[in-house]
Write a protein that binds this ligand. Structure first.
Ligand code: ZN
Length: 203
């Protein structure tokens, strides 16, 4: 399986990193080895001094598909989740400056936190889900899927024109503003519509 990730999908986050607003979604892939095993702590890798948390809404793909039309995209998933796209911001900045791929900054071991899954039919409108990240009990990121530049079904249609989606693939839909650095012993927890989705200790 693969993790398909979207960058720059919230206007306020684009501004905080002083990025350009893209004309199309920014897409990158994390390998399945990036998934942090359940109940395991996150270890800051030795090659970075600036690991950032990015809380993101996740979508689990339930069947194979390619060139999926937007109006059928909703039939490709039943489960919504929340996770973290850990990013080595210092490594990413160097790669970006050279126009090189981001994988070393984004796809390293443990860089993908995948929380628990909830049935999407619990919610009236998945384009109106509030979520947040707490660091040591303090609210550091607040988002709402209504603020996405490209909504979930649009993202599925877009990415499936490039990558065949397979059962079990996970879409990371981008992070809202408020990203920041983690330090050893930080405790991160995420909520989606008020429900606890994951808890992570940084080492
Ligand atoms: Zn991200």
């Amino acid at each position: 399986m693969k993790l398909i990730c979207i960058g720059r999908n919230y206007a306020a986050h684009i501004e905080e990193l002083e990025n350009e607003r893209p004309d199309e979604p920014v897409v990158f892939i994390k390998p399945d080895s990036a998934i942090l095993p359940k109940e395991q702590d996150f270890y800051i890798p030795e090659f970075s001094n600036d690991i950032h948390y990015e809380v993101e809404v996740l979508v689990k793909i339930k069947k194979v598909g390619k060139h999926i039309a937007k109006q059928f995209a909703h039939t490709y998933y039943d489960e919504i989740g929340l996770g973290i796209d850990f990013t080595a911001r210092d490594v990413q900045a160097q790669l970006k400056a050279k126009g090189l791929p981001w994988e070393k900054a984004k796809g390293f071991d443990g860089s993908a936190v995948v929380g628990r899954w909830l049935q999407k039919n619990k919610y009236e409108n998945i384009d109106k889900l509030g979520f947040s990240l707490l660091k040591n009990g303090e609210n550091v990121q607040n988002g709402n899927t209504s603020l996405m530049l490209w909504k979930i079904d649009e993202l599925i249609a877009y990415v499936s024109t490039y990558f065949m989606l397979k059962k079990g693939d996970i879409l990371f839909t981008g992070t809202p503003a408020g990203v920041g650095k983690v330090r050893p012993n930080d405790y991160l927890s995420g909520t989606l519509e008020g429900e606890n989705m994951f808890e992570i200790t940084v080492r």
